[in-house]
Design a protein around this ligand. Structure first.
Ligand SMILES: [Zn+2]
Length: 406
C-alpha cells in the first residue's frame, strides 16, 4: 500500500463503518466515505493503484459518466484484509459506478442503486411557518425545501397564521434507513383562512400546474445550439440486452460544426467554468426552480463568461468543440432538477407550457380527485412518515450480490 494511499485514507471523513455479518465474508469491512473536492475518477484509480487503462478503455458514454461524480457525494468501499475489493460510487440518485476485483483485476460496470419508495399524503397544522412546521413534523429537510420552492410564485406564506394548514401528497425514497434524494411532490395544498391554493405536478414535463391545468412556471428553456442532428439521446437506466449491463447517458448530444455558438438555455448564474474530466471544457448554470444546465466538450468559452456571472437566456457562453471524451464536434447538454439528471427533450419540447384538449381534460379530472384527497387528509390528520422501520442494510446486500455474480 502506497504512502500516498494511507495519507489519503486518513484525510477522508469516515462516516459509517459497518461490519459484515455474513460468515463467508468475516474480515471484510464496508466503509462509507465522502468524495473529496478536486478528486477525479483518474486520481481515485491512481490512489488505489488501479491502472488508468481501466478508464481509457471505457467507451465514451461510460467515461462521461465518470465526470458525473460530484464532490461531497458518499460512496461505499468494501475492503478485505485492508484492501479495496469493491466500490460503489453514485453518479445520480438512481445509478452508480461499480468497480469490483475479479481474478486480480478491477472490472468497471454501472448498476442501479436500490432504494425503497414511500408515497403518502400528510397534513400539518401551521404553528410557525410551513417550512419549520414541515421540518418539525417530518425531519425531512429536502421535503420542506421542495415544498417552499414549489409554492414560491403561487402562495404568500407570510399571510399564514395558526390554524391554517398545508397538505402534501409525495413520494420519498429511502435508502439505508434514511431519506434519500429529493422527494417528488405530486400535489400540495396551502389553506389560508379556509381558502385553498393547490399545485399539481404534471408527470409529462415535471412542472407544476394549478387545478385548471394552467402552468405555474413562467420559466422555460431554449435549445442551446442550432444543431445538425441529435447524435445521442438521454437514457437514464437502460438495460443493454447484449452487453447484459445497465447503460446511461445523462444528457443529449447535439451534433454541430466546430465553432458554432452555444447559448444559455435559460437565465441563471454560471456556477462552473473549467475542465470536467471526460466532459472537457464545461460550463454549468444554475437556474430558478432547482434546475441546473451543463454544456460540455466546448472548444472555447465565450469572452466575458466566468463563474459567478449572471447570464440571460440566449447569452452566448461558448463554442462547439470536442474537448474531453468526444468522437466529433458536438454539444453534450445536461439538465438537472434538484441534482437529478432529467431528459432535456422533455422540458425543451414543452416550451409553450400549456395543456390542451384531451390531456387537459384528463389533468383536470385528476386534480379534482387529488384535491379532495388532500382536503380529507387535513380532516383526518394522519401521522407523518416514520422511517425507522426501513432496512439499513441495503448497500451490504448490493455488494454481496455483486460479489456472488462476479
Ligand atoms: Zn453526451
Amino acid at each position: 500500500m502506497s504512502k500516498y494511499f494511507k495519507k489519503w485514507m486518513n484525510t477522508v471523513k469516515l462516516l459509517i463503518t459497518l461490519l459484515l455479518l455474513v460468515s463467508s465474508l468475516i474480515g471484510a469491512e464496508l466503509k462509507e466515505l465522502t468524495w473529496k473536492k478536486g478528486e477525479t475518477f483518474l486520481t481515485f484509480l491512481q490512489s488505489h493503484n488501479i491502472p488508468q487503462t481501466l478508464y481509457f478503455e471505457l467507451e465514451k458514454n461510460d467515461r462521461e459518466l465518470c465526470s458525473e461524480i460530484t464532490a461531497g457525494i458518499k460512496y461505499q468501499v468494501l475492503e478485505e484484509n485492508n484492501e479495496m475489493v469493491q466500490v460503489l460510487i453514485p453518479i445520480s440518485e438512481e445509478m452508480q459506478l461499480h468497480l469490483y476485483k475479479e481474478k486480480g483485476e478491477f472490472v468497471f460496470t454501472t448498476s442501479p442503486i436500490s432504494f425503497e419508495e414511500i408515497t403518502q399524503t400528510i397534513a400539518i397544522p401551521i404553528n410557525y411557518s410551513p417550512y419549520q412546521d414541515l421540518l418539525d413534523a417530518t425531519s425531512n429537510k429536502a421535503l420542506a425545501n421542495e415544498f417552499v420552492r414549489a409554492f414560491n410564485q403561487v402562495a404568500n406564506f407570510k399571510r399564514m397564521r395558526k390554524g391554517d394548514h398545508v397538505a402534501i401528497k409525495y413520494t420519498q425514497r429511502i435508502r439505508m434507513g434514511q431519506y434519500y434524494g429529493t422527494p417528488t411532490i405530486h400535489a400540495a395544498l396551502v389553506e389560508v383562512k379556509k381558502k385553498q391554493t393547490y399545485i399539481f405536478k404534471n408527470d409529462g414535463d415535471g412542472l407544476y400546474y394549478d387545478e385548471k391545468g394552467r402552468n405555474l412556471t413562467s420559466f422555460f428553456m431554449k435549445t442551446p445550439v442550432s444543431y445538425t442532428r441529435i447524435s445521442d439521446r438521454f437514457t437514464y437506466k437502460r438495460f443493454h440486452p447484449i452487453l447484459k449491463r445497465y447503460r446511461a447517458h445523462l444528457g443529449i448530444d447535439y451534433a454541430a460544426p466546430r465553432g458554432r455558438k452555444i447559448y444559455a438555455t435559460a437565465s441563471g448564474k454560471v456556477i462552473f467554468k473549467g475542465r470536467k474530466g471526460g466532459y472537457g471544457k464545461t460550463i454549468e448554470i444554475r437556474h430558478e426552480g432547482g434546475f441546473k444546465s451543463l454544456y460540455a466538450h466546448m472548444s472555447k468559452y465565450a469572452p466575458g463568461v466566468y463563474s459567478g456571472k449572471w447570464v440571460k437566456q440566449g447569452t452566448h457562453i461558448g463554442y462547439v468543440g470536442s474537448t474531453g471524451v468526444s468522437t466529433g464536434p458536438h454539444l453534450h447538454f445536461g439538465l438537472y432538477k434538484n441534482g437529478r439528471a432529467i431528459n432535456p427533450e422533455k422540458i425543451i419540447r414543452v416550451t409553450k407550457n400549456t395543456l390542451k384538449g384531451k390531456a387537459k381534460k384528463e389533468f383536470i379530472a385528476y386534480t379534482k380527485e387529488v384535491s379532495q384527497n388532500l382536503l380529507d387528509t387535513i380532516k383526518n390528520k394522519p401521522q407523518p412518515l416514520n422511517i425507522t422501520q426501513f432496512d439499513k442494510q441495503t448497500d451490504l446486500k448490493e455488494l454481496l450480490v455483486a460479489k456472488v455474480e462476479a
